[in-house]
Write a protein that binds this ligand. Sequence first.
Ligand code: 6PG
Length: 259
Amino acid sequence: MDEMQGIKIYPDAGHLAHATADHFVVLAGEAIASHGRFAVALAGGSTPKAAYALLATREYATLVDWSRVHIFWGDERCVPPDHADSNYRMAREALLDHVPIPTQNVHRMMGELEPVQAASEYEAALGDFFSSASINREKRDETRPPRFDLVLLGMGDDGHTASLFPGTAAIHEQTHWVLAHYVEKLGAWRITLTPVVINAAANVAFVVSGSGKAERLRQVLNDPPQPDILPAQIVSPASGRLHWLLDQTAASSLPNEDL
Ligand code: 6PG
């Protein structure tokens, strides 16, 4: 089993944050060495915040050539960038404000715009950045999806990931790279990368912490595929590495064969 894929379990949330920061640093170094830049899609929610804060420390920040790092997001809440629920704001306050990353290397989802427009603008931005053929609607399907060097994902206790929630059509999206959709259970719109892009990545890493997710994680990793109920199961990189970074409490229901 390649060192950089599979299931890794850490004693606690603190060790998990260090492992996540180490993972970022290693993959950034690899990508910059091989093709001159590191394109990463950040996860939102609360779990990755500690790792982002670690990456902002001298110990870690000096290990990354931030001038060659391009930051994107896996999903966003439809709120302004200074809103308390903004995934952009969380990452900015924990990391981006503290490292020498050029402003033009930070590619946020415009949560303040009308959601469908925000999704379409982000899809165009991905097309431009990954310099695939111009992104006019007709040509899009001939274009290979963007290949992120790393997509960081969390998992909700309902098995959702990014903003791919149970029972939503976004789970089965085959064409769009970015979607805006109204999530009934949240009573809110969300903007999300689709499985088309997530599964085209060179590396995907789930970062999962806490006993509240243990049973759902066991199902995601062991139950037969039913992504409508367990959306995290839709994540399977076509030609990339999948890594599960877990703390002991999140892994507490996993059968021995997973360990
Ligand atoms: C979001 C996230 C979402 C998150 C999970 C886990 O915008 O909410 O991208 O997919 O990763 O909900 O969230 P926690 O880490 O807060 O448990």
